[in-house]
Design a binder for this molecule. Sequence first.
Ligand code: GDP
Ligand code: GDP
Length: 455
Amino acid sequence: MKPQVIIIGRPNVGKSTLFNRLVGKKLALVDDQPGVTRDRRMGDAEIAGLQFTVVDTAGWEDEDDLTLPGRMRKQTEASLEGADAAMFVIDARAGLTPLDSEIARYLRENDVPIVLVANKAEGSAGEAGVLESYSLGLGEPVPLSAEHGEGIADLFGSLWPIIGEKAEAAEAAETAPTDDDEDAPLGPLKLAIVGRPNAGKSTLINRMLGEDRLLTGPEAGITRDSISIDWRWDDPKSGETRDIRIIDTAGMRKKRNVTEKLEKLSVADARRAVDFAEVVVLLLDATQGLEHQDLKIASMVLEEGRALMIAINKWDIAEDASGLFNGVRAALDDGLAQVRGLPLFAVSAKTGKGIDAMLGAAFELRESWSKRVPTAALNRWFDDALDANPPPAPGGRRIKLRYITQASTRPPRFVVFGTRLDDLPKSYERYLINGIRSKLGFEAVPVRVTLKSPK
Ligand code: GDP
Ligand code: GDP
């Protein structure tokens, strides 16, 4: 069973907004439980791979007892039963109210771990409220804007220590998803782990292989004999055994040349890795964060058209884990204009935490990177996109876009045919690329679009 997280708080603080934000596009289930309370809005929530059931208690107030304690008691008592964690939401703009303090007092007496959420914290209007909320005695608040989607990664950082283990166990126990359209087998996943020296690449590979095959440690000059290693990974989620071929770039480097500067070499390693790999994992060190060098490697991987994901290693010794996760997410979105929402994982090569989730995501990423959209479906989307936002008509003459085809996969490349294409603004091209990404399922994949005028 997935962990269950309840959203609690007085009316109007944004509970339903937060619920919808966490459940995302997935349908929110309405589960009538006659005789218990009223309807419970439950949904499947996911933040960065952390999966849980979220329960919205909005509208649970007891109509027969309109005293403040009566209302909140009814709401919280019923909802806390069976919950693994509760998100107690306050309105950072409005500040604390007596009812907030009342609920907090009740929660402090309860055993369920509480994550204090200071909602409506976008901009500066919520700053005072965030500070004030420390006084509730429920620990550090998570400043959040449910409406704007800010601070969700921070929420992950606070929830992970409480429900992470249960979520992983639930995921592992889940039965295999139905295999619907997997007609073409893709062969072993070619995976490369790249990153700066000491990020933990060798340790991670060791951990994955489950044997002390590679030597680790800061000292260079260690020799190894294999460049790519074939192994079988038992996917705890699907129960399947899956083939992975991993490239050991650090090993190649240490073998070839130990005199070059290490910092330069991590880029060179990454270059070799992209020649080989389908999916590249850029490994960061939680104690170092994301640096310019990392963005350079990431850009190069994307420019080469490889599927990229990021893993923050050494999570076991991360300080201010939520701030770190948040910061890395923001820096990636700022620094890598080519893609949005790269898969981002917190892992520990030392304890093994997060690695299975990361590998599962690597297979999924390869799926979209290898996917072909049938031309009919592609053009249906294309027509809609043009209808919704027609191309401009510079000088009164409309640019004509006629149709689109997917020229290749791995990475996905598309060709748009039309006339007067030289006049098409870059912003319109980006509009199309964003549409391909978000509407056709290429979210975190580098997508190329070429414009062509038919001869
Ligand atoms: P609930 O009664 O606790 O479920 O609250 P709702 O989710 O219905 O939200 C109450 C009001 O607060 C609505 O008008 C929301 O649009 C607004 N709201 C929710 N989240 C935010 C936020 O992050 N920032 C701001 N400024 N308003 C929000
Ligand atoms: P590489 O240069 O990227 O291959 O890094 P190594 O695998 O040699 O690791 C560098 C150092 O970080 C070693 O001392 C490892 O023991 C340490 N290390 C690697 N992964 C972790 C981790 O998940 N947690 C902690 N605490 N230390 C780690």
